[in-house]
Each structure stands twice: as C-alpha cells, then as structure tokens.
Write a protein that binds this ligand. Structure first.
Ligand code: DON
Length: 336
C-alpha cells in the first residue's frame, strides 16, 4: 500500500470511528480502492459464465466467533465452481478415511493449469492432487450412492452445514458446462481407462458439473472459510460441518495447490490456505481467526479473480495475516 493510500485509510477510519466499527470501514475502503481495477475478463469457456457482470464485487469476512462483515455485492449469487473441490475432498475423507482416499488422489502440487490433461502419476495413475480437475473428478467418484440424486444430495447437505442454509444449483450453468465440458469428459474417461474411477464415469462427471454449479454469495464463502478456521464448526449456526481430524488435510492441499499454477506465488505473498473458482470467487482461511470470501468475475490468465487476489494481498499486508509472519504487528483494524 502506498503511503498516501495508508494515510487516506487512517483518516477515513478516524473520521467514521464513532458511527462504524473500524473493520467495517476498512472493508468499505478496500472495496472502494479495488473497485476501479479493470484488469481481467470473466470466464467464457463455459458460455453461461460469460454473462457475469464484470463490475460485481463483494468482500466478506466471518470471524470464528460468528461476526459477519460485508462490503459491496456480498448478496450477489454466483456459482462456486472449483471452490467446491476441497470440500468434496473433505467429504470423501470422512466417508473412506485418509488411507483409502490417498490411494485414489495424491497431494502433490503440479504447477499446472486447473484443466491439465496430463498429470496422472506415472506409477500409481492417481491424479496428483484433488484441486486440479482430474483429482476433483476422481474425488467426486468417491461420493457413492444408489443413484445420481442421492449422490448429489450428500454434497448439497454438506454445503448446507458449512454455509448455514440450503443451497441450490444454477441449472443453466450446469447445462452449459455439461454441454461444453469435453475436456473434463476426456479426463474422466482417461482415468476410467486406468481403472482410477468407477465405470459410471458419466454420472460422476455430471456430479462434478453439478457441484461446480452450486450457487453461493461472498458472505456464504466467508462462512465456509470461517468454518474451516473454526475447526469445522460453522461459527454462525454452531453446527459441525466436517470432522476436525480432516481440517488439516483440506487446508494443506488448499495451501499447496489451491491457486493452481499461482499456488507457490500465493503461498509466498499471501500465505493463507485459499481456493479460487472460475465464477470469480476466492476463499482464504485464517486458522483460528476468520474466513474471507471475495467475489469479482474478471479473471487473470490462470483463472483466478484479479480483484480477489488484490484484496487478499492487501488484507494480509494490512492485518499481518500471513501464517508464517512472526513479525506481524497488532493493528486496530481487526474484525471486532
Ligand atoms: O472444471 C471446470 O471447468 C469448472 N467447472 C471448474 C473450474 C474452476 O473453477 C477452475 N478455477 N479456477
């Protein structure tokens, strides 16, 4: 942050201290600061996503004691996309345990794009991690049930617990992705060829397209992230969403693989477990403190929200949130 921006921010916080919490004021200032960033474009490889308004911009924070802070379009619904991946991975871990899941999907970062076709481990034929599409499709294949509806119901019920209300699917986005998802179909069938996924691969692909089409808001994303920050208990409803023993698995793969071929850079400069989606969402988890959810559709060339990255970098810098920052100073703009 430049010195003049820092001074402006300090002045704004001082001015409005009597009427709003400093953190609320801080979030609004952050929103105002990055709303004018016009880099990136909404995803268009799924035709329905291209309809997103590039000006939509929401920032939300939920603390582990259940306080919610919003700025901008925090109530605008959009599809969760790849942000669903770590949570379905958590569900698979709960159902089958760590040893079994590890045999099906690895935990090694690849530095590849999310839709990379080539990364199956040479020996084991496992996808390298659950954040790239191959790993996410294999993970969806581990959510079993008597039929496709029963399989989807388990994922929707899991998200209900994380978010605190029932979730629905954007059918137009689902149909758009199902119709155009030839690359994901190829990945699924390649894994079927190697025996890494069950024979009902088309049903599993549909399940994957459906989990990506679940509608959320930036406030929902912050609540999901806060649930991970709060040892698996939704801090607003008090309901447990995931067994605490699997939080470390989810956060580790988010930290090392959550931002695709930007993951190393992200770990270095932001230093928080995070996940992005091509709908324009990003979540970041500050363990033991808070969850951050951002929504802004224009993406960079790696498929990450441009304003989302800017906001996370600024918050980490301003609030000293990098998990390895041992010199972080106390600040008066924490979420209280
Ligand atoms: O597999 C796909 O193409 C999407 N439904 C999900 C990809 C995604 O969100 C990648 N994220 N940055």
């Amino acid at each position: 942050m430049s010195r003049s921006t820092r001074n402006d921010l300090a002045a704004l916080i001082k001015q409005t201290k009597s009427v709003a919490s400093p953190f609320r004021t801080y979030l609004n200032a952050l929103h105002q600061r990055f709303a004018s960033v016009n880099d990136g474009t909404p995803a268009d490889y799924i035709p329905e996503l291209a309809r997103a308004n590039p000006d939509w911009f929401g920032i939300s924070v939920v603390t582990v004691d259940g306080k919610t802070f919003n700025a901008g379009d925090a109530a605008q619904p959009f599809t969760i996309q790849s942000i669903s991946k770590p949570f379905v991975y958590g569900l698979a871990l709960e159902k089958h345990g760590r040893d079994f899941v590890n045999k099906k999907v690895g935990v090694e970062p690849t530095g590849d794009a999310f839709n990379s076709l080539i990364r199956l481990d040479e020996k084991s034929k496992r996808p390298h991690n659950p954040m790239i599409n191959a790993g996410a499709i294999a993970t969806a294949g581990l959510i079993h049930g008597p039929d496709s509806t029963a399989r989807l119901k388990q994922i929707m019920e899991m998200f209900r617990k994380y978010i605190g209300h029932d979730v629905s699917i954007d059918v137009s986005v689902f149909v758009s992705e199902k119709t155009t998802g030839h690359r994901n179909r190829a990945i699924g069938h390649l894994m079927l060829n190697f025996g890494m996924i069950d024979a009902n691969v088309d049903e599993t692909l549909d399940l994957y397209f459906q989990q990506c089409s679940i509608l959320v808001t930036s406030q929902d994303l912050a609540t999901i992230a806060a649930t991970l920050a709060n040892k698996g208990i939704n801090p607003v409803t008090g309901e447990r969403a995931i067994e605490p023993q699997y939080i470390r698995d989810i956060l580790s793969v988010m930290y090392t693989c959550g931002m695709y071929d930007y993951s190393g850079n992200w770990a270095y400069s932001v230093g928080l477990p995070a996940k992005s989606g091509v709908g324009g969402g990003i979540i970041a988890v500050v363990p033991g403190k808070m969850g951050i959810g951002i929504f802004s559709p224009p993406l960079d060339e790696r498929g990450n929200s441009v304003r989302g990255i800017n906001v996370c970098q600024a918050m980490v810098q301003d609030l000293g949130l990098h998990v390895f920052d041992c010199e972080a100073k106390a600040t008066e703009i924490m979420p209280v």
